[in-house]
Design a protein around this ligand. Structure first.
Ligand code: NAD
Length: 262
């Protein structure tokens, strides 16, 4: 794979960077010349991604913190700026997802979903924007979903968190446009990462189909006829993180093979 320069000398933090979509965003940013702080609650996963980037000739560090922990997030941001330099790009990607009938959705499951997905994104945005504002430049990317634009049964907590991320994104885009900070959201369709593999059985039971029928069932509803890949998302993330998208802010970009168009 060749090296590009679209993010040359940029410093990026990617939460959930040890996992499926986040790991792909980390390596795509690195291939375009960024130095990357790979952040994940799973330190082994973060270290593995950072080591791959370092051995490919780009620079990365691994950070371990819970995105819903303000103090730990601040410390990790300090470490990033000490070791790599001032943060230019912050990707709030860490997230959790559960399919459960609404009346079985406990307060604990609701709270955990909102805490990681929405409060974690709020904390990341505050940490990043506080630093970026002083330099009058910066890019925030928040991971929403097609479930941030359309509700589904058995998915209330997740959809509420992902709708919330779009509201947060739009509000910050307006508030900080004059500070040179762009804030956009990504809305992917289904990617078969660990997150989705763990939900396949619950999805099958919600639709009344067999587990092995889940992927063909999903594919049939996508105009392009295939699921989303981490690479599909990383390509859009690179574009939105780079100056190529200098006039785009407050968007929630569909990456859904034509399934979502609003
Ligand atoms: N997979 C999909 O179909 C899909 C579709 C749309 C949006 N998304 C969103 O994309 C993001 C990434 O999803 P994925 O499919 O790559 O999931 P994944 O489970 O493969 O990876 C998520 C990563 O986040 C980390 N993480 C979880 N909770 C954390 C916390 N509290 N603090 C720090 N790190 C934490 C995990 O350790 C993991 O490495 C999520 O926000 C998800 O909601 C996924």
């Amino acid at each position: 794979m060749g090296m590009g320069t679209r993010l040359f000398n940029k410093i990026a933090v990617v939460t959930g960077g040890g996992g499926g979509i986040g790991a792909e965003i980390c390596s795509s940013f690195a291939k375009e010349g960024a130095s990357v702080a790979v952040a994940d609650i799973d330190i082994d996963a973060a270290q593995k991604v950072a080591a791959e980037i370092n051995s490919s000739g780009s620079r990365a560090i691994a950070l371990s913190f819970d995105v819903a922990d303000i103090g730990a997030t601040e410390k990790a941001a300090d470490r990033t700026e000490n070791e790599l330099g001032p943060i230019d790009i912050w990707v709030n990607n860490a997230g959790v997802s559960y399919i459960v009938p609404f009346l079985d959705c406990t307060e604990e499951l609701w709270d955990n979903t909102l805490r990681v997905n929405l409060t974690g994104t709020f904390i990341g945005c505050r940490e990043a924007i506080g630093r970026m504002r002083q330099r009058k430049q910066g890019v925030i990317l928040n991971m929403s979903s097609q479930s941030g634009k359309k509700g589904s049964s058995h998915y209330a907590a997740y959809c509420a968190s992902k709708f919330g991320i779009i509201g947060l994104t739009q509000s910050l885009a307006v508030e900080f446009a004059s500070s040179g900070i762009r804030v956009n959201a990504l809305c992917p369709g289904v990617v078969m990462t660990t997150l989705w593999k763990d939900m396949k059985e619950d999805y099958a039971s919600k639709r009344g189909i067999k587990t092995e029928e889940v992927i063909p069932y999903l594919e049939k509803r996508i105009p392009m006829g295939r699921l989303c890949t981490p690479g599909d998302i990383a390509g859009v993330a690179v574009f939105l993180a780079s100056d190529e998208s200098a006039y785009i802010t407050g968007e929630a970009v569909n990456i859904s093979g034509g399934q979502m168009m609003l």
